[in-house]
Design a protein around this ligand. Structure first.
Ligand SMILES: *Cc1c(COP(=O)(O)O)cnc(C)c1O
Length: 496
C-alpha cells in the first residue's frame, strides 16, 4: 500500500516540520534592558549551544497537536472500562470552575493572607474527605495514589519510631495493586505477601501466621482488585492492631463504597484518595493527579507540613510548626486544580449524590456481568471469584484460550475495532488471562449492552477464525505494537 502525503505528514515529528526561521508569534522587542545571563544562571549550568527547537507557524503547531490528539483513544469519544482506574465522565462544570481566574491564576507563592478563598476551599475539601473516609485528619499534599501510599508508609515508620520501635515488614495481599509493593520497597521496608482465600478475600489464617511484632503495617484495598468486598475486614483489623501495626487503606476503589462504608469505621489508620479516579479529574495522560491522605488521631502528629488550619478569628493559614512531621512531600501544596474539581464534584452531588454514584457504579458492574452471562460469554470468560461484584469484576480468559485459541490480549485489541477501549488485562496476577472491567456509574444501559454485544461478537468470530482477533486492531492509527520492546527498550527521544 502506498502512503498518501497526509499519512506521511501524520507520521512526522514536530522536529521534521516547519522551516528555519519560521515563527508562530513574535514578541515585540523588550523596552527594558536585557539581564546579563550570568546573573540568572551561572555558566556551568548553561548549554554551550542553543538547543535546536522546532520552528513552525501557528497553524502547523495547532494541526500537529490536534492531529496527535485525534489518534488517541479518550473517554470523551468512547467507553473506557479500564478496571481499577475509574475512568468516569468528568463533568464540564468542574472544568469551568477550575478555569476561573481566581483559581487558575493563583500564584503558588501567594501570601496566605491573600489566598483566603483557596485555603478555605482546601479546608472544606479536607473536611469532606474526612467525613467520607471516617478519618478526621487530612493532608492534600500527595500528587497521586502511589504518592499517598508513600506518605502512608513514611507516616507508619514515623509512628513506630516515635514509640521507640523499628519495624521492617509490610503485609500486602497477593491481589494488591503493583504500586503497593513498589511503595514499600521504595520506603526501604520489606514486602510480605498474604495469600488469597478461595472466596477472593484475605486468607485470615495466613495473615495470622505472618502478623508478628516486626510488622509495621498491612496495606489493603476493600473492595479489593477482584472487585470483592472482604467480609472478614473486622477480624483482619483486629489481628493487625493486636500486633501494634497500622492499617493502610488503598482508597483507589472508593468509587464502590462512597457514602456506604468508611475505612475509618473498618479500623483503618491511613487512607489515600485518588481524586483523579473517584472524584473525577481528567487522567491517564490527561492531566495531573492528586492523592490526599486521611489519618487517625494516633498518626496525625506526623502528617506532612504545611497543614491548612483555621485560626481562632476564623481566618485560614498554613501551619509549618509541627515538630513530629515527616516533612514535605513535594513543592507547594498539592495539585490545586484537582482540589477545585473534586470539591465542585462533592458539592454538586452532595452526600446523597455520592452514595448514589457508588450504588450506580456497583449496579452498572453487576448489570454488565449479568448481560455478559446472558450472551453466553461466561462459558469462555467466567468470573474469577464469587458470583456478584462491587464496582468492577475480573473475568478469566483461560477457557477462551483453550476453546477458541485466542488470548485476553487478542480480545482486548479486537475491542478497539469495535470502538471500545479495552479493559485492564493480565491483572490481578493470580487470575489466569485476567480481564478486569470497571464500567463506572456514568455509562448508559445502551453502552453497557453494546459492549456485551461486542464481546459476544468477538468470541463467535474467533470460533470461526481466531486469526482475526490475533491480527487486531485493524482500524486504529497504529496496528498492534510490540509492547514488550516498548517497555524494555523505549526510544523516548528522537536523535537530532
Ligand atoms: C490506581 C491505583 C493505585 C495507584 O494510584 P495512582 O494515582 O495511579 O498512583 C493504587 N492502587 C490501586 C488499587 C489503584 O487502582
Amino acid at each position: 500500500m502506498s502512503t498518501t502525503p497526509l499519512q506521511r505528514d501524520r507520521a512526522t515529528t514536530i522536529f521534521q516540520k516547519g522551516a528555519p526561521g519560521r515563527r508562530a508569534f513574535v514578541c515585540p522587542a523588550p523596552e527594558v534592558p536585557e539581564v546579563d545571563p550570568e546573573t540568572l544562571l551561572p555558566a556551568g549550568f548553561r548549554r554551550a549551544q542553543e538547543p535546536r527547537l522546532p520552528e513552525l507557524s501557528e497553524p502547523e503547531i495547532v494541526r500537529h497537536y490536534v492531529g496527535l490528539s485525534k489518534r488517541n483513544f479518550d473517554l470523551d469519544s468512547g467507553f473506557y472500562p479500564l478496571g481499577s482506574c475509574t475512568m468516569k465522565h468528568n463533568p464540564r462544570l468542574h472544568e469551568r470552575t477550575a478555569a476561573l481566574p481566581g483559581h487558575a491564576r493563583l500564584h503558588p507563592l501567594q501570601d496566605p493572607e491573600r489566598a483566603q478563598g483557596a485555603l478555605e476551599l482546601m479546608w472544606n475539601l479536607q473536611g469532606a474527605l474526612a467525613e467520607i473516609s471516617g478519618l478526621p485528619n487530612v493532608s492534600l499534599q500527595p500528587s497521586a495514589g502511589s504518592h499517598g501510599e508513600l506518605a502512608g508508609v513514611l507516616l507508619t515508620r514515623a509512628y513506630h519510631e516515635d514509640r521507640g520501635e523499628t519495624r521492617h515488614k509490610v503485609l500486602t495481599p497477593d491481589t494488591a495493586h503493583g504500586t503497593n509493593p513498589a511503595t514499600v520497597t521504595m520506603a526501604g521496608l520489606d514486602v510480605i505477601k498474604v495469600a488469597t482465600n478461595q472466596d477472593g478475600g484475605v486468607d485470615v489464617e495466613d495473615l495470622r501466621a505472618k502478623a508478628d511484632g516486626d510488622v509495621a503495617c498491612l496495606m489493603l484495598t476493600n473492595p479489593n482488585t477482584l472487585g470483592l468486598f472482604d467480609p472478614n475486614i473486622a477480624e483482619i483489623a483486629e489481628i493487625v492492631h493486636a500486633v501494634g501495626a497500622t492499617l493502610y487503606y488503598d482508597g483507589a476503589n472508593l468509587n464502590a463504597v462512597m457514602g456506604l462504608s468508611r475505612p475509618g469505621d473498618m479500623g483503618f489508620d491511613i487512607v489515600h484518595f485518588n481524586l483523579h479516579k473517584s472524584f473525577t479529574q481528567p487522567h491517564g495522560g490527561g492531566g495531573p493527579g492528586s492523592g490526599p491522605i486521611a489519618v487517625s488521631e494516633r498518626v496525625a502528629p506526623f502528617l506532612p507540613v504545611p497543614v491548612v488550619v483555621r485560626l481562632k478569628d476564623g481566618a485560614f493559614d498554613l501551619d509549618h510548626e509541627r515538630p513530629k512531621s515527616i516533612g514535605r512531600l513535594r513543592g507547594f501544596h498539592g495539585n490545586y486544580g484537582c482540589f477545585v474539581r473534586a470539591y465542585a464534584y462533592i458539592c454538586s452531588l452532595g452526600a446523597d449524590g455520592l452514595r448514589d454514584a457508588s450504588e450506580t457504579a456497583v449496579l452498572n458492574a453487576n448489570y454488565l456481568l449479568a448481560r455478559l452471562k446472558q450472551r453466553g460469554v461466561a462459558e469462555y470468560l467466567p468470573l474469577a471469584y464469587g458470583e456478584l461484584c462491587m464496582h468492577e469484576f475480573v473475568l478469566s480468559g483461560g477457557p477462551m484460550k483453550q476453546a477458541l485459541q485466542i488470548k485476553t490480549l487478542d480480545l482486548a485489541k479486537r475491542l478497539l475495532d469495535f470502538g471500545f477501549h479495552p479493559p485492564t488485562v493480565y491483572f490481578p496476577l493470580l487470575v489466569e488471562e485476567a480481564l478486569m472491567v470497571e464500567p463506572t456509574e456514568t455509562e448508559t444501559k445502551e453502552t453497557l449492552d453494546s459492549f456485551a454485544e461486542a464481546i459476544a461478537a468477538i468470541l463467535s468470530e474467533a470460533a470461526e477464525d481466531p486469526e482475526i482477533a490475533r491480527g487486531a486492531p485493524y482500524t486504529t492509527p497504529v496496528r498492534r505494537l510490540d509492547e514488550v520492546a516498548a517497555a524494555k527498550r523505549p526510544v523516548i527521544r528522537q536523535a537530532l
